[in-house]
Write a protein that binds this ligand. Structure first.
Ligand code: HSE
Length: 432
């Protein structure tokens, strides 16, 4: 063990929301256990938040108070700066940089910060002989960062998949189980306090996209490239799609997939159909799941709470305990200078797609759609016209494997047929 472990490890915690308060509670309530396990006492020197007077359900009287997170981050009595404020820029970034420049280790739950500035912060950490850890930033309490950087380090990672936004999974589950519309399920999630202050971070797929970009960097040894994640939120999914997917043995999930291909790094966070009987298909409510496929280990499935006080504070403490034990792992599993720029794959590999369209119920309409698909090289695997609404006929098509480009050509062609009303819904079917 390094000499960092022979004396108390002193934390400075910035951000005392749900997660920050949870971390303070663990440090206070499990002091003996933490010391036994790590070999050093875990202490809190100082804390910082926007409002000093809020009742957080835990006493802060033993800790110095700082109004300025940068001051907190650079205090002489702080060894580890714990950043739980959030936000990709502003105070979180300034304080993290200040801590690293001062040679302090940093533990953060901030996925947006790392998705946008991960490479420069990893370089800064290494230049200052500090570690930057972020277990709590991805999939809440699931120890996926540790699994990828340590337990699976002997593998070439072939694919990472997952449901990494509990709010979206909750909304989709409630639509399926309770027959709620998207708006009703969204309102229910809002009432339960599940949504981020900017709900588009959740339902637009951005929060989950941030997480996927961090996993890709570790999995493939690339610099974080969030901008290259293909993002689509769940707002396009209707109760009708959920019902039709269920009827065919699928569930709709906001699914993240990343894999390194000969064409470059593929990263997508989009609503997809997955087999209902698969582990991802079985995942209900606000739970998260990450699936990793390695060349040696095969498939590993990790499932657990993706948010909330206990699970997220648990992940923060995992990082703190590693530091207390003297474990100094690079931010993304290899030195920052060895991470290569991620060349995004400009084309997706072929996949089957689910299409739902509303057709004019008149002679030749279906033939026109079939012709457009044929001209674009998209082959129909299954098709059904399942109901009638006035003079419109909803049609469901499952394609054979096709590329996204061919499908886009077909969708543009449908626009010109004059028999398709509205925008067709097109969702990838992910084979697991
Ligand atoms: N809003 C996220 C979720 C948790 O619903 O999973 C924080 O990333």
């Amino acid at each position: 063990m390094s000499d960092k472990t022979s004396k108390p490890l002193r934390l400075g915690i910035a951000g005392l929301g749900t997660v920050g308060a949870g971390v303070v509670k663990i440090v206070r309530q499990k002091a003996a256990l933490l010391e036994e396990r790590s070999g050093s006492a875990i202490a809190i020197s100082a804390v910082c938040a926007r409002n000093r007077d809020t009742d957080r359900g835990v006493s802060l009287k033993d800790y110095a108070w700082e109004d300025d997170p940068v001051k907190l981050a650079t205090r002489n009595d702080v060894d580890v700066f714990v950043e739980l404020m959030g936000g990709s820029d502003g105070p979180a970034k300034a304080a993290t940089e200040a801590a690293l420049k001062a040679g302090k280790d940093v533990v953060t739950a901030n996925k947006a910060l790392l998705a946008h500035h991960g490479q420069e912060l990893a370089e800064l950490a290494e230049a200052n002989d500090a570690v930057l850890r972020f277990e709590a930033a991805v999939a809440g309490g699931i120890p996926i960062i540790k699994s990828l950087t340590e337990g699976l380090a002997g593998n070439d990672i072939e694919r990472v998949m997952g449901v990494m936004n509990g709010t979206c999974n909750y909304i989709l589950t409630r639509m399926e189980d309770a027959g709620l519309t998207y708006d009703e399920a969204f309102a229910e999630a809002d009432g339960l306090g599940y949504l981020e202050a900017d709900p588009n971070l959740d339902v637009g797929g951005i929060d989950a996209g941030h997480k996927l970009s961090l996993l890709s960097a570790i999995a493939y040894g690339t610099q974080v490239n969030f901008d290259a994640v293909e993002l689509e939120g769940i707002g396009c999914v209707t109760i009708e799609d959920i019902r039709q997917a269920a009827d065919m043995g699928y569930r709709i999930k906001l699914l993240g997939v990343s894999r390194m291909t000969g064409r470059g790094l593929e990263q997508s966070m989009t609503p997809c159909l997955v087999p209902a009987t698969s582990p991802l298909g079985q995942l209900v409510g606000g739970t998260n799941m990450v699936v990793v496929e390695g060349d040696q280990v095969g498939q590993v499935v990790l499932r657990g709470a993706g948010a909330g006080e206990g699970p997220t504070a648990s992940a923060v403490m995992g990082d703190v305990m590693d530091i207390a034990r003297g474990l100094r792992v690079t931010t993304f599993g290899k030195p920052a200078s060895k991470l290569v720029p991620a060349q995004p794959a400009n084309t997706n590999p072929p996949a089957p797609y689910y299409l739902r369209l509303s057709l004019s119920d008149k002679p030749g309409a279906l033939a026109k759609v079939a012709a457009v698909l044929g001209e674009a090289g998209v082959s129909i695997h299954r098709m059904r016209q399942y109901d009638h609404e006035n003079d419109m006929a909803p049609v469901l098509i499952v394609t054979h494997k096709t590329t996204r480009a061919a499908l886009s050509d077909a969708l543009s062609g449908m626009d010109q047929t004059g028999v398709v009303s509205g925008t067709p819904v097109a969702l990838r079917i992910e084979e697991l």
